[in-house]
Design a protein around this ligand. Sequence first.
Ligand code: CMP
Length: 215
Amino acid sequence: LRRVPLFAGLTEPQFEQLAAGSARRSYPKGRTIVSEGEPSQSMYILLAGRAKVQRSDSEGKEVILAVLGSGEYFGEMSLIDDAPRSASVITLETSEFIAVSKEAFKAMLAQSPDMAMSVMRGLVRRLREADKKIETLALLDVYGRVARVLLDFSEDVNGERIVKNKLPRQDIAKMIGASREMVSRVMKGLEIDGYILPLPEGKLVLREKLASYIS
Ligand code: CMP
């Protein structure tokens, strides 16, 4: 708990109070941790693993809003405004969490300006990312949208942009409002034209010129 950046500014008594209202949990791949539209009791910190944040419409069509990794947290929005859960969060692999009760979370927000500020910074960061996504969806064609997702999920490895975790075409499709078949066609096109280079295990090397699609 102490290594979680969100709680870095807490005093010892505050920290003990928080620990008393928290529990460690482990869930397998594919488990729904919070469900869109439901009332909330806890927020969660992801200690290890990955989880997707998604919304779906009445026909079951899904959009993936974000993929969260270790150190990130979720479920705080409905604790702050007492509205139903804004989205569902589902594990993408076996994952470990700390669940913090609504009471403990609200007590910490009231007692620690550092933590309140940290939560605000997190919400602002998410709004910035959401603004970027709106721009992507409004202004870029499907090649640009795929390029943006690939670049967002890539990291620098010895000067090369690499997508390390396998990114299923179906998941890319759900992030950009396109069909899986369309994403497959676009990926094939990007590969043939030398914008991306597939490696074993679903990894990808992104060539520098891929960025031309989003600028
Ligand atoms: P809450 O509404 O309680 O439950 C769903 C959670 O998903 C929400 O809190 C946030 O923590 C998280 N969430 C919602 N929208 C986004 C987004 N666009 N990016 C990342 N996380 C989100």
